[in-house]
Write a protein that binds this ligand. Structure first.
Ligand code: HEM
Length: 131
């Protein structure tokens, strides 16, 4: 998402601190907002583990340190999501929750739009049922 010599997206959203703030906001909203109920229902009652894993993963995915792969090896994201029934509704809730989290953590609008496009590709790829 960035050219050689340019700051990475990871740097532009504020490195580890910014990435952590985004993930914390994402899971806070997932927990609070009724509109994300289907997304929340797939997760364990305590979100600490989910929060850490998304944070570690996003650091690497955004161009920063590879905390996730250092701990768990290849993410195999689609395979790791197969135990959860993910359709259009779950994908759209994940995306809406992430877009809200990006807005609330003050990520620059143009960058948030660029990120939303990239997130969408991954979220859509996670679908494992038609509806
Ligand atoms: C499309 C809708 C999605 C749903 C409904 C969903 C749901 C879930 C659930 C229920 C878990 C298990 C949490 C836990 O074990 O505590 C999980 C794990 C995870 N998700 Fe998602 N997810 C979605 C999309 C994404 C996307 C787009 C990304 C990355 C950009 C992502 C990254 C991760 C990561 C890194 C893990 C941890 C995997 C592991 O090591 O077990 N997810 N997700």
């Amino acid at each position: 998402m960035s050219q050689p010599g340019e700051p990475t997206v990871f740097e532009r959203i504020g490195g580890e601190v910014g990435t952590r703030a985004l993930v914390d906001r994402f899971y806070l909203e997932a927990d609070l907002e009724a509109a994300y109920g289907a997304l929340r229902a797939l997760h364990p009652s305590t979100l600490d583990g989910s929060r850490d894993k998304l944070y570690w993963f996003l650091c690497g995915w955004l161009g920063g340190p590879q905390h996730y792969t250092d701990r768990f090896g290849h993410p195999m994201l689609r395979a790791r999501h197969l135990p959860f029934a993910i359709g259009i509704r779950e994908r759209d809730q994940w995306m809406a929750c992430m877009q809200q989290a990006m807005r609330e953590s003050g990520i620059d609008e143009a960058l948030a739009e660029q990120l939303a496009n990239a997130f969408y590709g991954t979220a859509d790829w996670m679908r494992n049922r038609g509806i």
